[in-house]
Design a binder for this molecule. Sequence first.
Ligand SMILES: Nc1ncnc2c1ncn2[C@@H]1O[C@H](COP(=O)(O)OP(=O)(O)OP(=O)(O)O)[C@@H](O)[C@H]1O
Ligand SMILES: O=P(O)(O)OC[C@H]1O[C@H](OP(=O)(O)OP(=O)(O)O)[C@H](O)[C@@H]1O
Ligand SMILES: O=C(O)c1cccnc1
Ligand SMILES: [Mg+2]
Length: 544
Amino acid sequence: MADQPQSKSNGQNEIVQPLLTDLYQITMAYAYWKSKKTDDYAVFDLFFRKNPFSGEFTVFAGLEECLKLIQKFRFSDSDIAYLRQILPSTIENEFYEYLKTLTTDNIKFYAVKEGTVVFPKIPLIRVEGQLVVAQLLETTLLNLVNYASLMTTNAARYRLAAGHLKLYEFGLRRAQGPDGGLSASRYSYIGGFDGTSNVLAGKLFNIPVKGTHAHAYITSFNSIDELQLITLRNNNMGSEENFVRPVLKWREKLISMFGVILSEVNDGELAAFISFAIAFPDGFMALVDTYDVKRSGLINFCAVALGLHDFGYKAIGIRLDSGDLAYLSNVARDYFEKISNEYAVPYFSRLVIMASNDINEETILSLNDQDHKIDSFGIGTHLVTCQKQPALGCVYKMVELNGEPRIKLSQDVGKVTIPGRKDVFRLYGTTHSLIDLLQKADESPPIAGQKTLCRHPFQESTRAYVIPTRVEQLLNLYWQDGQICNRLPTLEETKTHVENSLKLIRPDIKRSLNPTPYKVAVSDNLYYFLHKLWLDNAPIGELS
Ligand SMILES: Nc1ncnc2c1ncn2[C@@H]1O[C@H](COP(=O)(O)OP(=O)(O)OP(=O)(O)O)[C@@H](O)[C@H]1O
Ligand SMILES: O=P(O)(O)OC[C@H]1O[C@H](OP(=O)(O)OP(=O)(O)O)[C@H](O)[C@@H]1O
Ligand SMILES: O=C(O)c1cccnc1
Ligand SMILES: [Mg+2]
């Protein structure tokens, strides 16, 4: 059979299936079954308590993968056979028969649109319906949302730091395994990167793929004599001509401009550049730091780029992978400008300068203060491993059962769950969003132009009236009656949504240093409901 084109994004998550969970979900399922609670009507909220990276915002991602899980959720015969092996022999046979019949047909799944900026405490996902299934989804949903949202947020922060400069994800070699690598490419693209070096991610998700070459390519040549192919088609003449000669001529001409002596310029490096230019005359990008950027890499690059110019091609630029990136980018830009003027090659002053090597958000912010001339960054380790904070702490908590609210108490006020089936509204001012408001689902929604009381969930005296210019309901129904019931956006649409969603958040909330917290409030009704339930459930101690 001929090679079938794969659908764009179904390759990654074959491993996402009901057994990709914690054992305790299965043992609870059995105990629910024994206690005849499986069909109770449960409501679970998925939310986080603290924004990552010392920031004050998070970008929600992973929704499409959650819906794929819900769509495919079925225990297979081999799953059941495995569970029979590992669970105690006391487990009744009928339970396994029951597990086989489970589907997500009796589940409703609400979520915030993928790519929306979100904040602590608001439900990003609300799962309701058959208790046993809603419970069984916990770990897998958390797994699908936590890294995706963390990665998207990380990428969005790099994008905010880098402004309009190009950003490429180069992290596959450092990622947390193959799935971590693919997810990093996908979610960094959604979060604001322009492309990835990861070829499989390009194929699966239709993300632009980009790349230069490694030091190994440069060090694989020792001298010009090693070049097997020395000719290139001259675009101006239409004939194949010796390409090495004009390049060597150019290098001699440039010697005085660069203030170097010929013997210190590396010939192996020049040979590598020439051969790469012959292979990719329209896409010549050179890694210039293998030996010495100032005394070898730049002059060799410029000689080859000018040779290409003579032959009717335009070089793309250079990559700097060590040293002081700001300083070296200025040195490179100065030479490019000088050559542009001296030899009347206007595009030379605009050649791309890419920087890589252990770059993180702080490096970019620091470079912003240094008057650098970098056009694009290649970023790996810090981006894909989210080195600054390696996990987002989303949790999945039961908030209602059979119409009765449930609360999880904690000594730490911030960890007390907000009970009941809730809706979330984002209230907008004229330019930015003002506050997110949680309400009981049976309350009528806030109305634009009308005064709405917003209360801090735990501090009684902290309240404010808000007159929103616009009200957005954040939770949308995505799954009911066994099918997806809302349109899923493309990756490009989600990427654009991240950008637009971030624009509606005030700059002081997004800044890197000491950002202002965004306000998340509860309605008056929910405030009293929460605090009554808290009092009802908190034991009164006795001092002795
Ligand atoms: N102008 C700059 N401002 C702030 N940070 C920079 C600047 N230039 C480079 N950096 C960062 O400083 C670090 C330099 O790291 P390191 O000393 O390991 O590299 P190097 O010595 O340049 O490279 P190598 O050891 O590969 O030759 C990198 O994380 C890099 O991103
Ligand atoms: O630094 P990162 O943000 O992870 O970006 C990717 C790095 O990966 C490549 O080389 P590698 O680090 O494998 O080797 P090198 O540093 O010795 O060039 C590339 O040259 C970058 O330096
Ligand atoms: O294409 C590149 O330059 C690249 C790709 C991966 C890692 N480092 C660099
Ligand atoms: Mg490195």
